[in-house]
Design a protein around this ligand. Structure first.
Ligand SMILES: C[S@@+](CC[C@H](N)C(=O)[O-])C[C@H]1O[C@@H](n2cnc3c(N)ncnc32)[C@H](O)[C@@H]1O
Length: 184
């Protein structure tokens, strides 16, 4: 598996808003979308909830698109970073969203475990192998005309293997806290 773990497939906006609400996203909380595509999830978090949101995306053109849209909306509480989601430091992040396959999420596990114990990880459509979700949400979309499943995990619930306890690889991680916008 290369740097690009999965192609861009958008989450329908209506289910994203419902899933973030049910997972407990609130104003000023910090959300990161790992593989943010066209930016819709961080933009929805910022716009509908007043959260401080960051999108990490490997495709620079999608990052430019996301920035254009968020600027045209006048949003000050969202940021986009071109980077590799495998090498992020999620210290200070409250909510992590990922719409990636189970295989891709496996590769992201060390990065996910850099978030604090109270951080909530929301995955769309695919489970994280070996992790037990606190909640499974099935949400109907009026745009895709089907149910979407979301798995809601808490990082503190995860039982870590000895390798996972020893931390990330030697690659310098992208510190997400350096990109988080100021509270509104
Ligand atoms: C299935 S799409 C999800 C897009 C968005 N999160 C959503 O839910 O609408 C997955 C995205 O992850 C990006 N991606 C794949 N590998 C990545 C990596 N290593 N680091 C950052 N982004 C990555 C892809 O370019 C794509 O935009």
């Amino acid at each position: 598996m290369g740097r690009r773990l999965n192609p861009f497939v958008p989450s329908p906006l209506d289910v994203v808003v419902k899933a973030l609400g049910e997972a407990g996203l609130e104003r000023d909380r910090v959300l990161v979308d790992l593989g943010s595509g066209d930016g819709r999830v961080p933009i929805a978090a910022a716009r509908h909830f007043g959260a401080r949101a960051v999108g990490v995306e490997v495709n620079g053109r999608l990052v430019e698109h996301s920035l254009r849209i968020s600027r045209s909306m006048g949003l000050r509480n969202v940021a986009f970073v071109e980077g590799d989601a495998r090498y992020v430091d999620l210290n200070g992040v409250d909510f992590v969203y990922a719409y990636l396959t189970t295989e891709a999420l496996e590769v992201l596990k060390p990065a996910l475990l850099t978030a604090g114990r109270d951080a909530v990880v929301i995955t769309h459509g695919y489970k994280i192998r070996g992790w037990t979700p606190r909640e499974v949400l099935r949400i109907w979309s009026d745009t895709s005309y089907r149910y979407h499943t979301f798995y809601v995990y808490r990082v503190g619930d995860v039982k870590r293997s000895p390798e996972e306890r020893s931390g990330q690889s030697g690659i310098r991680a992208l510190r997400i806290d350096e990109f988080v916008p100021e509270p509104l």
